[in-house]
Design a protein around this ligand. Sequence first.
Ligand SMILES: N[C@@H](CCC(=O)N[C@@H](CS)C(=O)NCC(=O)O)C(=O)O
Length: 207
Amino acid sequence: MLKIHGRDNSSNVQKVVWALDEMGLSFERIDAGGAFGIVETPEYKSMNPNSRVPTMEEDGFILWESNAIVRYLAAKHDNGGLRPSDPRQRADADRWMDWQQTTVAPAILPIFWGLVRTPKPDRDAQAIEAGCKAMLPLMQIMDNRLADYAFMVGDDFTMGDIPLSIMVYRYFSLIADRPTFANLESWYDRICARTPFKRNILDIPLT
Ligand SMILES: N[C@@H](CCC(=O)N[C@@H](CS)C(=O)NCC(=O)O)C(=O)O
């Protein structure tokens, strides 16, 4: 049985369980990280020396790094679907996934930590404001892209939409005072209409 180690409110775990749900694959999710601890134990560290979630375990094959796990699972189970088979489309999906990790996630981090994980009196308003400022050009890049495409890679939903959707969900949920991004909002409505997104992201409290 495929096992995914990681708490269900982690954005990186959510990428993986959402992808699995999209593909209709069965798996066992085992709580780890955050309040569950476990990630510092020698057993966990032997699978993932970073003490981070998620970690995938599949018949002795261990994989960490959420986007790598999504790519692996999509390659194995949904090539030509979640993972585009055309090399250029696939590179495009990979590009948006990498951009989420390297650029969007660091921008949203101070917003998320400030507003969700930090008690009100301890919040760093300047850091939250800086995060909001950093997010604007990134959301504009997505909005421009989505002027021409229904999804990040073209007409169809692919793995390229998964990591970014979770970032946009957090941004839209936490920052009401933002400019209108019409194309991005239409895309987000299409994402929200997907049952696996609702089940694995929208229905999980933002904590
Ligand atoms: N680049 C890694 C980042 C993993 C990561 O930072 N995960 C966070 C949760 S989103 C974590 O493990 N935090 C510590 C914890 O939950 O105990 C990935 O994409 O898998």
